[in-house]
Design a protein around this ligand. Sequence first.
Ligand SMILES: Nc1ncnc2c1ncn2[C@@H]1O[C@H](COP(=O)(O)OP(=O)(O)OP(=O)(O)O)[C@@H](O)[C@H]1O
Ligand SMILES: [Mg+2]
Length: 332
Amino acid sequence: MTNLLPIASGKGGVGKSSYAVNLATVLAQKGKNVILADFDFGGANLHTLLGLKNNRAGLGNFIYRQTEDFSSLLQETQIPGLRFIAGDCMYPGTANMDNSSKRRIIKALNAQEADYVILDLGAGTTYNTLDFFLLTYNSLLVTTPELTSILNAYSFLKAAVFRFFMRQFKAKSPEREFINGYLKSAETGSDADFVELVKKICKNFPETGKSAKTELLKYRPQVIFNQGQNSADLEMAKRLRSLIQKKLGINMDFVGFLPKDEQVSFSIALRKPLALANPGSGFVRGIETSAERIMIHSYRYNELNGVEADDISKDKDLKILDKEFTAALAEK
Ligand SMILES: Nc1ncnc2c1ncn2[C@@H]1O[C@H](COP(=O)(O)OP(=O)(O)OP(=O)(O)O)[C@@H](O)[C@H]1O
Ligand SMILES: [Mg+2]
């Protein structure tokens, strides 16, 4: 069964596409059958990072029903085992696609024969991005240590859990009405309190509330910390974790800590993934270790994940990332 790997970020320009293209390359190099798809509606440019020309049908053609055959969008790349699906470069308006288009895409994604389908999403919290992000319980979020990036990552996850929770209840159900009423009544200027909402729903709708809460407990996004400069940056990672634990009542795992490395922009100019241009660089080594972590996990659509979540007590995952990061920098 295919693993779906949606990659999102709260703030733009943090390195989603750079991560996506290099993760896809590394997974393909490890013998996996990988599809990388450009899901940045309105801002598609991933073909450039792979050195491909923008002359093939992409998601825009599928959304506008010029083709019903999703597989016809697949393009070979210079990397064996890695195929590419272009975005919507030539089509305005796909960022507002309707639910039936989304359902068609999701069905087609699940039907692909591949080990991994990686979705490079656009930044921000449009419903489309959130819906594709919520395809799995453990989708990937990229952030940098910068405060604005951390705060936007939190805002993104907040929008995601509200939508995740809402979708646990049927359309037009009293539970959804309650949630909408709660959001409307939130005081202007104050943070709508998600933990309190969950408590209230469980109190007012004990049966459906309890199963929604159980579902919520499975929700555990994975975070990639990009453009790190030193171990002290991980303090910001801790802040993000404590913020989402406290305010959203969910947990998260850090699966990668990648150094700031000017070779990343050089490789974009070269139109070649850094994993091909310079596999020994610190950035690519960070990608490799995150790929190893990703490979022991499963990212299934609408299914309980088989692998137990990693132990994050005492920030164990961050300590391991720190060690790897310092070792990679030392070898530079
Ligand atoms: N680890 C890194 N070190 C140095 N520069 C980086 C790193 N990661 C990304 N960059 C640079 O940051 C810029 C944005 O990267 P990228 O396009 O991958 O981000 P993005 O999140 O996909 O952006 P957008 O939100 O516009 O889609 C690029 O110029 C890239 O070279
Ligand atoms: Mg991008």
